[in-house]
Design a protein around this ligand. Structure first.
Ligand SMILES: N[C@@H](CCC(=O)N[C@@H](CS)C(=O)NCC(=O)O)C(=O)O
Length: 214
């Protein structure tokens, strides 16, 4: 058995944060496939009792430890490996500030938008999609401006704040109906810098369940 197990599925950008971190730090890890789409596994009493009471992926298992919330998993992994770790208290708090902003307003809106547009049947209500798109545009502009100042979120080297913010940003533009990289040049350059790190892999390569059965 690998040292780490990650409950995940390929279409989950929230889980991608944890999978990408595991790969970038060179961890010995294996995915445990969660059948979110067909089986509704995260909503089953079994999953909520045995895996995560919050009914979500990602969940990281490390020995006797079982962790959920990607921000917690990223914090745990950077503390355990010393990699992508913000340096000192000010940087640690700054990383946490961006991870919370990301979870709420960047990928926190992108995930539901993509789900409603691309996977939900019937597709989401246009008024809901329009509301989310407005929030997404505003948050991506904030991120793009931040990334005009330095190569990575906290400066010259990548930290867990960068890895968190990647969540949905490498998925195909067709799944959103707009092209994030084409519309935001600083985000595009930053995504390329992260892509160049040893161990980077696309979410559809890193996690099981792609493509979805018809
Ligand atoms: N803030 C959480 C978000 C996790 C999350 O929403 N995961 C989705 C998959 S992308 C999920 O498991 N949803 C299950 C459900 O809604 O039933 C994190 O970053 O870990």
């Amino acid at each position: 058995m690998a040292e780490y197990q990650l409950y995940c599925f390929a279409q989950s950008g929230n889980a991608y944060r944890a999978a990408l971190m595991l790969n970038l730090v060179g961890a010995d890890w294996e995915p445990i496939y969660v059948d979110f789409f067909k089986g509704g596994e995260t909503r089953t009493p079994k999953y909520r009792t045995e895996v995560n009471e919050m009914g979500e992926v990602p969940v990281l298992v490390h020995g006797a430890k079982k962790l959920s919330q990607s921000g917690v998993i990223l914090t745990y992994l950077c503390e355990h490996t010393g990699q992508f770790k913000p340096d000192g208290e000010a940087a640690r708090l700054e990383a946490l500030r961006w991870i919370i902003f990301d979870n709420q307003k960047v990928n926190g809106f992108l995930g539901p938008f993509r789900f409603l547009k691309n996977f939900a049947r019937p597709a989401g209500d246009p008024a809901v999609l329009a509301f989310l798109k407005g929030r997404i545009d505003s948050s991506l502009a904030i991120l793009d401006k931040r990334l005009s100042k330095a190569p990575f979120m906290l400066g010259d080297r990548p930290t867990i704040a960068d890895i968190s913010l990647c969540a949905y940003l490498y998925y195909p533009a067709e799944e959103f109906g707009f092209d994030i990289a084409a519309e935001h040049k600083n985000i595009a350059a930053w995504l390329n810098r992260i892509k160049a790190l040893p161990g980077w892999a696309h979410p559809y390569k890193l996690m099981p369940g792609y493509p979805l059965p018809q």
